[in-house]
Design a binder for this molecule. Sequence first.
Ligand SMILES: [Zn+2]
Ligand SMILES: [Zn+2]
Length: 108
Amino acid sequence: MGLGLMEGHTSTSNNRINDRGKPHRRKPVLSEADLSSALNCPACGKVFAGTKRRYHLERHLITHTGERPFPCPHCPYRANVRENLARHVRHRHPDTVVTPEETGTLDA
Ligand SMILES: [Zn+2]
Ligand SMILES: [Zn+2]
């Protein structure tokens, strides 16, 4: 799933020697620049980095607050994100889906 975390920073001029011995291949972890601007989820500590980190964090926070601002019009189900509601309607109320364009094109 593309989370946009691959920034491809290769110019680490001041990288400290963390692993003594031969420098084995860097794991695809966040660079220090990314970490300095990364956002942490205050609830679970999940790190969000990248250009859309705030967007991802805000979406993620909803999973903690339990806020479900997208009620299903056909049953008491409420979704925390619109994509989930669209998926719910498509799976649970397939007969009601007349215009798939309106519920988004995101497939499960
Ligand atoms: Zn969290
Ligand atoms: Zn429903």
